[in-house]
Write a protein that binds this ligand. Structure first.
Ligand SMILES: Cc1ncc(COP(=O)(O)O)c(C=O)c1O
Length: 386
Protein backbone atom coordinates (compact mmCIF):
# COMPACT_ATOMS: atom_id res chain seq x y z
CA UNK A 1 0.00 0.00 0.00
CA UNK A 2 1.31 3.48 -0.83
CA UNK A 3 1.06 5.71 2.21
CA UNK A 4 0.02 9.31 1.82
CA UNK A 5 2.90 10.69 3.84
CA UNK A 6 3.23 14.17 5.26
CA UNK A 7 5.30 16.67 3.29
CA UNK A 8 7.71 17.01 6.20
CA UNK A 9 8.93 13.45 5.69
CA UNK A 10 10.91 14.90 2.78
CA UNK A 11 12.96 17.08 5.14
CA UNK A 12 14.93 14.13 6.44
CA UNK A 13 16.50 11.66 4.06
CA UNK A 14 18.76 8.71 4.73
CA UNK A 15 22.13 10.03 5.86
CA UNK A 16 25.51 8.69 4.82
CA UNK A 17 26.10 7.93 8.50
CA UNK A 18 23.15 5.55 8.64
CA UNK A 19 24.19 3.98 5.36
CA UNK A 20 27.72 3.36 6.69
CA UNK A 21 26.34 1.83 9.89
CA UNK A 22 24.41 -0.64 7.77
CA UNK A 23 27.49 -1.52 5.70
CA UNK A 24 29.71 -1.90 8.80
CA UNK A 25 27.24 -4.36 10.30
CA UNK A 26 27.47 -6.57 7.22
CA UNK A 27 31.28 -6.32 6.83
CA UNK A 28 33.26 -6.76 10.06
CA UNK A 29 36.56 -6.24 8.20
CA UNK A 30 35.67 -2.57 7.70
CA UNK A 31 37.12 -0.11 10.23
CA UNK A 32 34.76 2.69 11.06
CA UNK A 33 36.10 6.16 11.70
CA UNK A 34 32.55 7.37 11.35
CA UNK A 35 31.19 7.07 14.87
CA UNK A 36 30.11 10.08 16.89
CA UNK A 37 30.25 8.57 20.36
CA UNK A 38 32.96 7.54 22.83
CA UNK A 39 34.24 3.99 22.42
CA UNK A 40 34.54 3.83 26.24
CA UNK A 41 31.71 2.43 28.34
CA UNK A 42 30.06 4.66 30.94
CA UNK A 43 32.11 5.03 34.17
CA UNK A 44 31.72 1.99 36.50
CA UNK A 45 30.42 4.13 39.40
CA UNK A 46 27.72 5.55 37.11
CA UNK A 47 26.66 2.08 36.00
CA UNK A 48 26.52 0.92 39.63
CA UNK A 49 24.50 3.97 40.57
CA UNK A 50 22.00 3.31 37.75
CA UNK A 51 21.67 -0.32 38.90
CA UNK A 52 21.13 0.79 42.48
CA UNK A 53 18.37 3.22 41.56
CA UNK A 54 16.64 0.71 39.30
CA UNK A 55 16.69 -1.87 42.10
CA UNK A 56 15.27 0.69 44.49
CA UNK A 57 12.29 1.18 42.23
CA UNK A 58 13.15 4.43 40.45
CA UNK A 59 11.32 3.18 37.41
CA UNK A 60 8.68 5.90 37.20
CA UNK A 61 8.35 9.16 35.28
CA UNK A 62 10.37 12.10 36.47
CA UNK A 63 9.01 15.67 36.64
CA UNK A 64 8.84 17.34 33.20
CA UNK A 65 11.69 19.70 33.95
CA UNK A 66 13.94 17.01 35.37
CA UNK A 67 14.70 15.85 38.91
CA UNK A 68 15.55 18.59 41.37
CA UNK A 69 18.65 16.86 42.78
CA UNK A 70 20.15 16.81 39.27
CA UNK A 71 19.26 20.43 38.54
CA UNK A 72 20.73 21.49 41.90
CA UNK A 73 23.96 19.68 41.13
CA UNK A 74 24.01 21.29 37.69
CA UNK A 75 23.69 24.74 39.28
CA UNK A 76 27.01 24.09 41.08
CA UNK A 77 28.64 22.66 37.97
CA UNK A 78 27.58 25.56 35.75
CA UNK A 79 28.92 28.09 38.24
CA UNK A 80 32.23 26.31 38.79
CA UNK A 81 33.00 25.10 35.27
CA UNK A 82 31.24 27.59 33.03
CA UNK A 83 30.88 30.80 35.02
CA UNK A 84 27.12 30.63 34.43
CA UNK A 85 25.00 31.62 37.43
CA UNK A 86 21.68 29.86 37.08
CA UNK A 87 19.08 28.60 39.53
CA UNK A 88 17.29 25.23 39.19
CA UNK A 89 14.29 26.93 37.51
CA UNK A 90 16.57 28.01 34.70
CA UNK A 91 17.54 24.45 33.79
CA UNK A 92 15.56 21.80 31.94
CA UNK A 93 16.81 18.22 31.76
CA UNK A 94 16.23 16.57 28.39
CA UNK A 95 16.63 13.22 26.64
CA UNK A 96 20.13 13.94 25.40
CA UNK A 97 21.09 17.43 24.33
CA UNK A 98 19.50 16.68 20.97
CA UNK A 99 16.08 17.12 22.55
CA UNK A 100 17.24 20.39 24.12
CA UNK A 101 18.06 21.64 20.61
CA UNK A 102 14.60 20.67 19.40
CA UNK A 103 12.86 22.32 22.38
CA UNK A 104 14.87 25.51 21.86
CA UNK A 105 13.92 25.77 18.20
CA UNK A 106 10.28 24.87 18.92
CA UNK A 107 10.08 27.60 21.56
CA UNK A 108 11.77 30.37 19.60
CA UNK A 109 11.30 30.01 15.88
CA UNK A 110 8.16 30.68 13.83
CA UNK A 111 7.67 29.23 10.35
CA UNK A 112 9.61 31.27 7.75
CA UNK A 113 11.90 32.78 10.38
CA UNK A 114 15.61 32.22 9.89
CA UNK A 115 18.14 30.44 12.03
CA UNK A 116 21.84 30.87 11.31
CA UNK A 117 23.57 27.49 11.55
CA UNK A 118 27.28 26.66 11.33
CA UNK A 119 28.30 25.06 8.03
CA UNK A 120 30.02 22.63 8.20
CA UNK A 121 28.12 21.91 11.39
CA UNK A 122 26.35 19.25 13.39
CA UNK A 123 24.03 17.26 11.19
CA UNK A 124 20.87 17.80 13.30
CA UNK A 125 20.53 21.60 13.17
CA UNK A 126 19.18 21.96 9.63
CA UNK A 127 16.46 19.25 9.77
CA UNK A 128 15.25 20.43 13.19
CA UNK A 129 14.86 24.00 11.92
CA UNK A 130 13.26 22.90 8.66
CA UNK A 131 10.87 20.45 10.33
CA UNK A 132 9.14 23.32 12.07
CA UNK A 133 9.03 25.37 8.87
CA UNK A 134 11.97 27.62 9.74
CA UNK A 135 14.74 28.50 7.31
CA UNK A 136 18.24 27.25 8.12
CA UNK A 137 20.81 29.74 6.82
CA UNK A 138 24.34 28.45 6.46
CA UNK A 139 27.09 30.37 8.17
CA UNK A 140 30.17 29.37 6.17
CA UNK A 141 33.09 28.35 8.37
CA UNK A 142 36.37 28.57 6.50
CA UNK A 143 39.55 26.60 6.96
CA UNK A 144 41.57 29.83 6.56
CA UNK A 145 39.85 31.09 9.74
CA UNK A 146 40.58 27.79 11.50
CA UNK A 147 36.83 27.07 11.02
CA UNK A 148 36.07 29.80 13.60
CA UNK A 149 33.02 32.01 13.15
CA UNK A 150 34.04 35.04 11.09
CA UNK A 151 32.14 38.02 12.52
CA UNK A 152 31.82 39.84 9.17
CA UNK A 153 30.44 36.71 7.50
CA UNK A 154 28.06 36.25 10.42
CA UNK A 155 26.76 39.80 9.98
CA UNK A 156 26.12 39.09 6.30
CA UNK A 157 24.14 35.92 7.16
CA UNK A 158 21.70 37.90 9.29
CA UNK A 159 18.54 39.35 7.77
CA UNK A 160 15.37 40.94 9.13
CA UNK A 161 13.90 37.45 9.42
CA UNK A 162 16.71 36.05 11.59
CA UNK A 163 15.65 34.92 15.06
CA UNK A 164 18.39 32.69 16.34
CA UNK A 165 22.10 32.05 15.87
CA UNK A 166 23.40 28.55 16.60
CA UNK A 167 27.02 28.16 17.59
CA UNK A 168 28.84 24.97 18.54
CA UNK A 169 32.06 24.87 20.52
CA UNK A 170 34.02 22.59 20.45
CA UNK A 171 32.70 21.84 17.00
CA UNK A 172 31.44 18.71 15.38
CA UNK A 173 32.81 18.10 12.70
CA UNK A 174 35.84 20.43 12.69
CA UNK A 175 37.08 20.17 16.31
CA UNK A 176 37.39 23.96 16.47
CA UNK A 177 37.20 25.67 19.85
CA UNK A 178 35.77 29.18 19.55
CA UNK A 179 38.02 31.74 21.23
CA UNK A 180 36.75 34.19 23.84
CA UNK A 181 37.51 37.06 21.47
CA UNK A 182 35.31 35.61 18.71
CA UNK A 183 32.55 34.79 21.21
CA UNK A 184 32.61 38.39 22.41
CA UNK A 185 32.19 39.58 18.84
CA UNK A 186 29.33 37.13 18.28
CA UNK A 187 27.73 38.37 21.51
CA UNK A 188 28.02 42.00 20.36
CA UNK A 189 26.37 41.13 17.05
CA UNK A 190 23.51 39.31 18.82
CA UNK A 191 22.92 42.32 21.09
CA UNK A 192 23.11 44.76 18.20
CA UNK A 193 20.61 42.78 16.10
CA UNK A 194 18.50 41.67 19.08
CA UNK A 195 18.95 37.97 18.42
CA UNK A 196 19.05 34.88 20.62
CA UNK A 197 22.00 32.48 20.63
CA UNK A 198 21.87 28.75 21.14
CA UNK A 199 25.30 27.55 22.26
CA UNK A 200 25.77 23.82 21.78
CA UNK A 201 28.51 22.76 24.18
CA UNK A 202 28.10 18.98 24.02
CA UNK A 203 31.91 18.55 23.79
CA UNK A 204 32.84 21.20 26.39
CA UNK A 205 35.13 18.86 28.34
CA UNK A 206 36.97 17.45 25.35
CA UNK A 207 39.58 20.17 24.95
CA UNK A 208 43.29 19.76 24.13
CA UNK A 209 46.57 21.63 24.39
CA UNK A 210 46.15 24.96 26.09
CA UNK A 211 42.72 25.69 24.69
CA UNK A 212 39.98 26.80 26.98
CA UNK A 213 36.27 26.28 26.66
CA UNK A 214 34.30 29.50 27.09
CA UNK A 215 30.52 29.51 27.46
CA UNK A 216 29.07 32.51 25.66
CA UNK A 217 26.29 32.52 28.27
CA UNK A 218 28.89 33.55 30.88
CA UNK A 219 29.81 36.77 29.05
CA UNK A 220 28.58 40.05 30.42
CA UNK A 221 24.93 40.72 29.70
CA UNK A 222 24.42 37.48 27.76
CA UNK A 223 22.66 35.25 30.26
CA UNK A 224 19.13 36.14 29.09
CA UNK A 225 20.05 35.98 25.43
CA UNK A 226 21.75 32.57 25.43
CA UNK A 227 20.43 29.04 25.64
CA UNK A 228 23.36 26.90 26.77
CA UNK A 229 23.09 23.26 25.78
CA UNK A 230 25.24 20.62 27.42
CA UNK A 231 25.24 16.85 27.67
CA UNK A 232 26.41 13.81 29.63
CA UNK A 233 26.90 11.84 26.41
CA UNK A 234 30.46 12.78 25.47
CA UNK A 235 31.83 14.03 28.81
CA UNK A 236 30.97 10.83 30.67
CA UNK A 237 30.48 8.37 27.78
CA UNK A 238 26.80 8.18 28.71
CA UNK A 239 25.24 8.42 25.23
CA UNK A 240 22.79 5.61 25.91
CA UNK A 241 21.59 7.12 29.17
CA UNK A 242 20.09 10.00 27.17
CA UNK A 243 20.66 12.89 29.54
CA UNK A 244 21.31 16.44 28.40
CA UNK A 245 20.02 19.85 29.46
CA UNK A 246 19.39 23.42 28.48
CA UNK A 247 20.06 26.52 30.57
CA UNK A 248 18.06 29.63 29.74
CA UNK A 249 15.88 32.26 31.35
CA UNK A 250 12.85 30.97 33.25
CA UNK A 251 10.27 32.21 30.70
CA UNK A 252 11.90 30.23 27.95
CA UNK A 253 12.44 27.16 30.14
CA UNK A 254 8.72 27.27 31.00
CA UNK A 255 7.82 27.09 27.31
CA UNK A 256 10.34 24.32 26.68
CA UNK A 257 8.82 22.42 29.56
CA UNK A 258 5.38 22.65 27.97
CA UNK A 259 6.72 21.17 24.73
CA UNK A 260 8.12 18.23 26.72
CA UNK A 261 4.54 16.98 26.92
CA UNK A 262 4.68 16.41 23.16
CA UNK A 263 8.17 14.97 23.03
CA UNK A 264 9.55 12.64 25.69
CA UNK A 265 7.78 13.87 28.83
CA UNK A 266 10.99 13.40 30.81
CA UNK A 267 14.48 11.99 30.61
CA UNK A 268 14.79 8.50 32.18
CA UNK A 269 14.61 8.78 35.99
CA UNK A 270 17.40 6.32 36.83
CA UNK A 271 19.63 7.93 34.21
CA UNK A 272 19.14 11.38 35.74
CA UNK A 273 20.07 10.00 39.16
CA UNK A 274 23.13 8.28 37.72
CA UNK A 275 24.02 11.63 36.10
CA UNK A 276 24.22 13.14 39.59
CA UNK A 277 26.79 10.48 40.46
CA UNK A 278 28.71 11.31 37.27
CA UNK A 279 28.85 15.01 38.19
CA UNK A 280 30.02 14.24 41.70
CA UNK A 281 32.50 11.42 41.18
CA UNK A 282 33.52 10.85 37.56
CA UNK A 283 35.83 13.70 36.58
CA UNK A 284 38.84 11.36 36.68
CA UNK A 285 37.14 9.10 34.18
CA UNK A 286 36.74 12.04 31.80
CA UNK A 287 40.43 12.86 32.28
CA UNK A 288 41.36 9.25 31.49
CA UNK A 289 39.34 9.33 28.25
CA UNK A 290 40.74 12.71 27.31
CA UNK A 291 44.30 11.40 27.67
CA UNK A 292 43.53 8.53 25.30
CA UNK A 293 41.78 10.81 22.80
CA UNK A 294 44.69 13.20 22.86
CA UNK A 295 47.16 10.44 22.05
CA UNK A 296 44.98 9.33 19.14
CA UNK A 297 44.44 12.92 18.01
CA UNK A 298 48.18 13.50 17.74
CA UNK A 299 48.56 10.26 15.78
CA UNK A 300 45.74 10.92 13.32
CA UNK A 301 46.78 14.51 12.59
CA UNK A 302 50.42 13.52 12.07
CA UNK A 303 49.60 10.56 9.85
CA UNK A 304 47.02 12.42 7.74
CA UNK A 305 49.48 15.24 7.13
CA UNK A 306 52.08 12.73 5.92
CA UNK A 307 49.76 11.55 3.15
CA UNK A 308 50.48 13.34 -0.12
CA UNK A 309 47.80 15.83 -1.22
CA UNK A 310 46.02 15.74 2.14
CA UNK A 311 46.25 18.34 4.90
CA UNK A 312 44.69 18.40 8.31
CA UNK A 313 44.45 21.37 10.68
CA UNK A 314 44.98 20.48 14.33
CA UNK A 315 41.60 20.08 16.07
CA UNK A 316 41.59 21.59 19.57
CA UNK A 317 38.45 19.89 20.81
CA UNK A 318 35.90 17.06 20.40
CA UNK A 319 37.13 13.80 18.82
CA UNK A 320 37.15 14.48 15.10
CA UNK A 321 39.77 15.24 12.46
CA UNK A 322 38.53 17.12 9.40
CA UNK A 323 41.22 16.93 6.71
CA UNK A 324 41.20 18.85 3.44
CA UNK A 325 41.01 16.46 0.46
CA UNK A 326 40.49 19.02 -2.30
CA UNK A 327 43.73 18.06 -4.09
CA UNK A 328 42.30 14.66 -4.92
CA UNK A 329 39.85 16.29 -7.35
CA UNK A 330 37.03 14.08 -6.09
CA UNK A 331 33.88 15.16 -4.31
CA UNK A 332 33.79 14.37 -0.59
CA UNK A 333 31.13 11.81 -1.31
CA UNK A 334 33.22 10.05 -3.96
CA UNK A 335 36.27 10.22 -1.71
CA UNK A 336 34.41 8.53 1.11
CA UNK A 337 33.13 5.84 -1.30
CA UNK A 338 36.68 5.35 -2.54
CA UNK A 339 38.01 4.81 0.99
CA UNK A 340 35.23 2.43 1.81
CA UNK A 341 35.90 0.35 -1.28
CA UNK A 342 39.71 0.45 -1.45
CA UNK A 343 40.78 0.95 2.17
CA UNK A 344 37.77 -0.58 3.90
CA UNK A 345 37.60 2.45 6.17
CA UNK A 346 34.54 4.56 6.85
CA UNK A 347 34.87 8.35 6.94
CA UNK A 348 31.94 10.75 6.72
CA UNK A 349 31.91 13.11 3.70
CA UNK A 350 32.16 16.78 4.71
CA UNK A 351 29.00 17.56 2.74
CA UNK A 352 26.96 15.60 5.30
CA UNK A 353 27.61 18.61 7.55
CA UNK A 354 26.55 21.21 4.98
CA UNK A 355 27.56 22.38 1.55
CA UNK A 356 30.66 24.19 2.88
CA UNK A 357 31.95 20.80 4.01
CA UNK A 358 32.71 19.97 0.37
CA UNK A 359 36.40 19.10 0.00
CA UNK A 360 36.70 17.63 3.51
CA UNK A 361 36.08 14.32 5.23
CA UNK A 362 35.41 13.65 8.91
CA UNK A 363 37.31 10.93 10.70
CA UNK A 364 36.51 10.31 14.34
CA UNK A 365 39.15 8.87 16.64
CA UNK A 366 36.87 7.06 19.04
CA UNK A 367 38.60 3.83 18.05
CA UNK A 368 41.29 1.89 19.92
CA UNK A 369 44.82 3.12 19.11
CA UNK A 370 45.90 -0.08 17.36
CA UNK A 371 42.84 -0.10 15.16
CA UNK A 372 43.33 3.55 14.37
CA UNK A 373 46.91 2.80 13.25
CA UNK A 374 45.57 0.04 11.00
CA UNK A 375 42.90 2.35 9.54
CA UNK A 376 45.49 5.05 8.84
CA UNK A 377 47.81 2.50 7.18
CA UNK A 378 44.96 1.41 4.96
CA UNK A 379 43.98 4.98 4.08
CA UNK A 380 47.57 5.89 3.23
CA UNK A 381 48.19 2.76 1.15
CA UNK A 382 45.05 3.18 -0.89
CA UNK A 383 45.71 6.87 -1.55
CA UNK A 384 49.35 6.32 -2.51
CA UNK A 385 48.18 3.96 -5.26
CA UNK A 386 46.01 6.66 -6.84
C1 LIG B 1 27.48 18.95 18.38
C2 LIG B 1 26.55 17.97 18.97
N1 LIG B 1 25.53 18.42 19.71
C3 LIG B 1 24.63 17.59 20.27
C4 LIG B 1 24.73 16.22 20.09
C5 LIG B 1 23.67 15.36 20.70
O1 LIG B 1 24.15 14.51 21.66
P1 LIG B 1 23.21 13.93 22.83
O2 LIG B 1 21.80 14.05 22.36
O3 LIG B 1 23.64 12.53 22.99
O4 LIG B 1 23.47 14.78 24.03
C6 LIG B 1 25.77 15.69 19.32
C7 LIG B 1 25.87 14.24 19.08
O5 LIG B 1 26.66 13.74 18.33
C8 LIG B 1 26.70 16.59 18.75
O6 LIG B 1 27.71 16.14 17.99
Amino acid sequence: MKHRLAERTKVIGMTKIEESLRIIEQHPDIISLGAGEPDFPAPPNVIKSAEKFLERGYTHYSPLQGRLELREELVKKLKKDNGIHANPDEIIVTCGSKEAILLTVLSLVNPKEEVVIPDPGYIAYRPIVELIGGIAKSLPLREEDGFEVHPEILKKSITRKTKLIIINTPSNPTGTVLSKKILEEVADIAIDKNLMIMSDEAYEKLIYDNSKHVSIGSLNGMQDRVITIQSFSKTYAMCGFRVGYAVANTDLIKEMKEFKICTTLAAPTFAQLAAVEALKNSSNYTKMMLKQYDRRRKLIVKRLNEIPRMSCTVPKGAFYAFPNIKNYKMSSDKFSDFLLKKAKVVGIPGTEFGKYGEGYIRFSYVTAYKRLVEALNRIENSLRKL
